[in-house]
Design a protein around this ligand. Structure first.
Ligand code: FES
Ligand code: FES
Length: 179
């Protein structure tokens, strides 16, 4: 039996030592916000925090998480940084299908907790392991910048007609001084 600290709560689980933490969280504890994508640490969908650091729970044996603070997408909003990141995600309407987004938010929160005002290059490095099949990368970066700086970005009004290219609907205008 293992005792895990998940989102500030103590959870006892009867599982094999080598069961990936992802399956313990989803199937045993019932926290299904963390997603399974590739299962081989390549897509970032399963990202959770272990003592604040972003880890890929699909390849992390549960035994390695004992004694550490595990935070999932269900609990990250209780942290000051996680709350700001989630609000920015909502304000900028980052999500498309949403499947990758719990992992994106966890990676972004870990980045901002360690580096409160990251450069574009630092954002790119920190987020490089999170794949989005919908291509929300531009808005993800904008949301991270909003969470970091507090400067609000608002979605650009979409044209009535279908855009000539996807790029036409992706940009957001920066509005200085909007509270
Ligand atoms: S499911 Fe873990 S990195 Fe893809
Ligand atoms: S929002 Fe669809 S995979 Fe990222």
């Amino acid at each position: 039996m293992f005792v895990l600290n998940v989102n500030g709560e103590s959870k006892s689980v009867e599982v094999p030592d080598d069961m990936p933490l992802l399956w313990v969280l989803r199937d045993v504890i019932g926290l299904t916000g963390t997603k399974f994508g590739c299962g081989i640490a390549q897509c970032g969908a399963c990202t959770v925090h272990l003592d604040g650091a972003a880890v890929r729970s699909c390849v992390l044996p549960v035994a390695a998480a004992v004694g550490k603070a595990i935070t999932t997408i269900e609990g990250v909003g209780a942290t000051a940084v996680g709350k700001k990141v989630q609000q920015a995600w909502l304000d900028i309407e980052v999500v498309q299908c949403g499947y990758c987004q719990p992992g994106q938010i966890m990676s972004a929160t870990a980045l901002l907790a360690a580096t409160p005002e990251p450069s574009d290059a630092e954002i790119d490095v920190a987020m490089a392991g999170n794949i989005c099949r919908c291509g929300t990368y531009v808005r993800i970066r904008d949301a991270i910048k909003q969470a970091a700086t507090g400067k609000k970005l608002v979605p650009q009004t979409l044209p009535n007609e279908a855009p000539a290219s996807t790029a036409a609907v992706l940009p957001f205008v920066r509005v200085e001084g909007v509270a």
